[in-house]
Design a binder for this molecule. Structure first.
Ligand code: FAD
Ligand code: NAI
Length: 470
């Protein structure tokens, strides 16, 4: 029987990173993943690489290019005649981006001497015996097991995904022609990102959301700004709805629902994306066989990702906390280091969030509403991109940067951005918060001119009412 110091079940960002870090630390590491590409070969990288972060960002970029060429190049004096969409090429490019990432992870496994098993992993008679079934069949012994089996899309009761008419994230990334009318249930991260892709490519997009408000986890001011911008872009959204029934006919889907006034309504669409959250994936692990404790469907872990079974750990979407690739990675690294005897720490307060709409939305730390609830006294500085020279040169002046700092100490408590390249700008705030920096610290640092990052500096200075450019 083959034996390893660490066996990781699942090759997504939590799992593959845990295996690589374990191998770097001199441990004998293996990773089991069952995902298959169209040709039946391994498709390493999990949800993130295959049907999540990577393909969605490829399509967001391609569709943004199409929108820029169609609607904004003329502002720069660039005239485009005969603009055409070749969706087949666009989807093919996305698949190539995914394949390059799959291959990159396989290369990293070879480089770091991580043994890979292509198949399904499950527990045998104990937490240290792992059965591999499917493509490869093995029984392996493990001193430590890391469960990184990720999550699956949540289906709407009575409307299972067929990936033709009712689409999960996987189907939403591969619609073969632009639907004239696209319905989306759930105005969360996937609904907004995928709704934006298909709106830019020409669909009339309507999003139905159960809650009365929008982007509950974001700062309210940013969420309100986002709502205004998305409506102006032509994204239709209805809040406070209750979905009653989804009926598929030959070429259309009709969604029967009650609106916020309690009136019965029907949304007719050509395809429907259901993006109402994700559920942890523990199917087929034989969790019950080894007495592994679950809590509300998630694998129960302590702050160090330890489960109740000795030497069995769990990371990523299958445990508590935000379902984000970089959170899964941080936990994967921390678990590998803990197995190797180190004392790592994951700071949940400095995990950034990014929503890759246009404009992008990004934040780290606390929102104003959280600080009010916690009774923390704070001060705020904001700066609009319309007053930033680089944003004007780019022709992308929507949005703002908002700094929130402690009223007494000025320590940065949260930074919230809606605007161009928010996904990149937020990194400065994460660094500052990790070092427990103050808003004044950011205000005193030299930022290149002209750059979007100057909006960070000006917003930080605005906390002390001394922004220079407004
Ligand atoms: P996963 O990535 O889900 O990987 C789990 C892997 O385990 C899969 O390959 C699965 O096949 C395999 N597996 C499961 N059970 C077994 C078993 N028993 N045996 C063998 N293999 C098994 N996050 C971000 O941070 N940024 C983004 O931009 C972003 N965009 C997203 C866009 C979409 C459309 C979606 C759906 C998600 C997005 N996410 C994003 C979330 C991100 O994809 C997840 O948080 C991340 O993939 C979780 O990583 P993981 O390692 O926990 O699990
Ligand atoms: P989500 O949790 O972001 O949003 C789901 C939305 O659906 C919520 O607004 C919820 O109120 C609504 N909803 C739930 N049930 C409903 C119902 N019956 N009718 C109408 N609305 C309903 O979930 P989503 O968009 O599916 O994404 C899952 C997760 O994937 C995200 O939470 C995030 O962690 C991750 N993700 C991250 C991305 C990023 O980091 N950029 C991109 C995409 C996904």
């Amino acid at each position: 029987m083959k034996s390893f110091d660490v066996v990781v079940i699942g090759g997504g960002p939590g799992g593959y990173i845990a295996a690589i870090r374990a191998a770097q630390l001199g441990l004998a590491a293996a990773c089991i993943d069952e995902a298959k590409a169209a040709d039946g070969k391994p498709a390493l990288g999990g949800t993130c690489t295959n049907v999540g972060c990577i393909p969605s960002k490829a399509l967001l970029q391609s569709s943004e290019n199409f929108e820029q060429a169609g609607h904004h190049f003329a502002d720069h004096g660039v005239k485009v005649k005969g603009l055409e969409l070749d969706l087949k090429v666009m989807l093919g490019r996305k698949d190539k981006v995914v394949k390059a990432s799959n291959d990159g992870i396989a290369y990293l496994f070879r480089k770091n001497k991580v043994t890979f098993f292509h198949g399904r992993g499950s527990f045998g008679s104990s937490g240290s015996e792992i059965l591999v079934t499917g493509n490869e069949k093995e029984v392996i012994s493990a001193k430590n097991v890391v469960i990184a089996t990720g999550s699956n899309p949540r289906a709407l009761p009575g409307a299972d995904f067929d990936e033709k008419m009712i689409l999960s994230n996987a189907g939403a990334l591969a619609i073969p022609e632009v639907p004239k009318r696209l319905g989306v249930i759930g105005a969360g991260v996937i609904g907004l990102e995928m709704g934006s892709v298909w709106r830019r490519l020409g669909s009339e997009v309507t999003i139905l959301e159960a809650l009365p408000a929008f982007l509950g986890a974001a700062d309210e001011q940013i969420a309100k700004e986002a709502s205004k911008i998305f409506l102006k872009q032509g994204l239709k959204m209805e809040f406070g709805v209750v979905i009653a029934k989804v009926v598929i006919s030959k070429n259309a889907v009709s969604v029967q629902y009650k609106n916020s006034a309690g009136e019965a309504k029907t949304l007719e669409c050509d395809r429907l994306i259901v993006s109402i959250g994700r559920v942890a994936n523990t199917t087929g692990l034989n969790a019950e066989g080894i007495g592994l404790k679950l809590e509300r469907g998630l694998i129960a872990v302590d702050e160090n990702c330890r489960t109740n079974v000795p030497n069995v750990w769990a990371v990523g979407d299958v445990v508590r906390g935000p379902m984000l690739a970089h959170k899964a990675e941080e936990e994967g690294v921390a678990v590998a280091e803990r197995i190797a005897g180190q004392k790592p720490h994951v700071n949940f307060n400095t995990i950034p969030w990014v929503i890759y709409t246009s404009p992008e939305i990004a934040w780290v730390g606390k929102t104003e509403q959280q600080l009010k609830t916690e009774g923390v006294e704070y001060q705020v500085g904001t700066f609009p991109f319309s007053a930033n020279a680089r944003a004007r040169a780019l022709g992308d002046t929507t949005g703002l940067v908002k700094f929130i700092s402690n009223k007494t100490t000025d320590e940065i408590l949260g930074v919230h951005i809606i605007g161009p390249m928010a996904s990149e700008l937020i990194a400065e705030a994460v660094v500052a918060m990790e070092f427990r920096g103050s808003a004044e610290d950011i205000g005193m640092i030299c930022h290149a001119h002209p750059s979007l990052s100057e909006a960070m500096k000006d917003a930080a200075l605005a906390v002390d009412k001394r922004a220079l450019n407004i």
